[in-house]
Design a protein around this ligand. Sequence first.
Ligand code: ADP
Ligand code: MG
Length: 368
Amino acid sequence: MWAAPGRVNVIGEHTDYNQGFAAPMAIDRYTAVAAAPRSDGLLRLLSGAGAFRGPVAEVPLHGLSPGRTRGWVSYPAGVAWALLEGGVLDRGSFGGADLAFASAVPVGAGLSSSAAIECATGLALAALAGADLPPAMLARLAQRAENAYVGVPSGPLDQLTAAFGVAGAVLFIDTRSGAVTPYPFDLPAAGLTLLVLDTKVHHDLGASGYPDRRAACERAARTLGVPALRDLTVADLCRAERELDEQTARRVRHVVTEDERVLKFVSLLAAGDLSGLRLRAAGELLTASHLSLRDDYEVSSPELDAVVAAALRGGAYGARMTGGGFGGSAIALTATDQADEVAQAVLAALPGADIFPAVPAGSAYRVC
Ligand code: ADP
Ligand code: MG
């Protein structure tokens, strides 16, 4: 049995496909897979998760290629495909597998259940084949499964977090170099609680909104003559406003200021325990990130705005949407003794919300 965690992106949203910075953490909610080898060239897949529960799906490995499968099955099948393409699994000798999934990561809630199922699958299949799969390669092949097989043009953030998560730490990720540096984020020691505010609402707009945003960023980088928006600073924003249309300039402003916020956030963590002025500054960065995503990047939703505003009214230090947006979850950073009040304020604003605390957790691993 293998397992991989979901994640909360603490700060650094929509920066990963711009070769920028992010500071996510793996959370103490995992997707587990029980796996057994086969010798008939089949993948047999079973999920216990809500809408995806049973029956068993059978996928022949021979001729496996993007488009061969539909729905949730494409996530584990895509990982098998990426491992075969990447040479981690040997086409001649790998005989297939039975894979049964159980998950405590809410699905489609912006907490990256997709990277969790991918990374659990990757570890399991490699182990059944006796193949070595270091975390960087696990993350790269899981992302390839999602991009090239499932067809979602996501950046590397989610899979890197599932593959490199460290208990008690936020991961500072430079998505250009792939470097992952843990920074201590010991919430209980600081008397802090990070609440996940799952709105339980997801808007279809996300299906086109995400690739649209990504394309706008790539166009803007070309127009401004840089390899990626990562290569701009706030000093370049005046030029961006002159050379780009108003909406695209706002998209660029979000990405550039968000990269700056990530750097400031990790410098606060590097300076010592989060308390006093540093804690207030960290909270303000989270809230500023939300406003930028709401107004400049336009990927928030009425429900996300409502829970963020309510959490702040309830006394949180900072709050923001997390994940790609258009619904899903927000997070709130609060003193632990204020967490109930924050949760009550959120429930008063959005009675259907699911609220739970999360702590930074470890990476994908072999359970037994
Ligand atoms: P998120 O990653 O934010 O949860 P995504 O839309 O990226 O949302 O991924 C959700 C999809 O991943 C689901 O629609 C389903 O296809 C697949 N998935 C994730 N976890 C599971 C699971 N435990 N069982 C079956 N499918 C899953
Ligand atoms: Mg996902």
